[in-house]
Write a protein that binds this ligand. Structure first.
Ligand code: SF4
Length: 191
């Protein structure tokens, strides 16, 4: 599995590098943001990202894993009982910080700044950035920093396909972070 983890590390590094260049360009920061995006219900679409998160979670001690699993199950329950846009803190966030920062999924790394992306039907999708970015920066008349997500999604899709072929995985993958955590930790803590 190491080769898939290494591959994803490279994709994540490329995302992080571009993201940091973008926030530097905009002089933008998440610090002190009250609209914490870790409370957003994001979905993830690849097994390979679950594998990567699993690699981080397995390093935690047993008690911490149990603690996180309890929180994750609670978040899943809330997500299932309330409207799609319900906001509830990610089970991996402790005191405002991600405890799996090095292993966090792509959307956690990429969300926030304006972007563009080529869609499957060959149109270009533009994103305005997060609420804070819109509130603080959109009226500053700053030049757009080219943030093209396409290459990251393409590389991620290629890596995912290779993993799926190797493990004979079928079907769509769509999970929140909380659901990922439950999938990873539930069997382990039941042993
Ligand atoms: S994985 Fe980490 S960065 Fe992503 S939402 Fe959860 S706490 Fe936030």
């Amino acid at each position: 599995m190491d080769k898939y983890l290494t591959r994803l590390t490279d994709i994540y590094k490329a995302i992080d590098n571009l993201y940091y260049a973008a926030i530097k360009h905009y002089n933008f920061s998440c610090e002190g943001c009250e609209d914490n995006c870790c409370a957003t219900k994001f979905y993830h679409h690849t097994n390979i990202e679950e594998l990567y998160l699993s690699d981080g979670l397995k390093r935690l001690d047993k008690d911490k894993k149990k603690e996180i699993l309890v929180r994750a199950e609670e978040v899943v329950k809330i997500h299932n009982s309330f409207p799609e846009d319900v906001r509830v803190m990610c089970p991996l966030n402790e005191n405002g910080l991600c405890i799996m920062y090095e292993h966090r999924p792509m959307i956690c790394r990429i969300h926030g700044v304006p972007y563009q992306m080529l869609t499957k039907n060959m149109s270009i999708e533009f994103g305005t950035g997060c609420h804070r970015f819109i509130n603080e920066k959109l009226n500053e008349n700053i030049q757009y920093f080219m943030f093209n997500r396409t290459v990251f999604y393409v590389e991620m899709a290629k890596a995912e396909k290779e993993l799926r072929d190797a493990l004979n995985l079928a079907g769509d993958y769509k999970k929140t972070t909380a659901e990922m955590v439950v999938s990873i930790l539930k069997p382990a803590t039941n042993k």
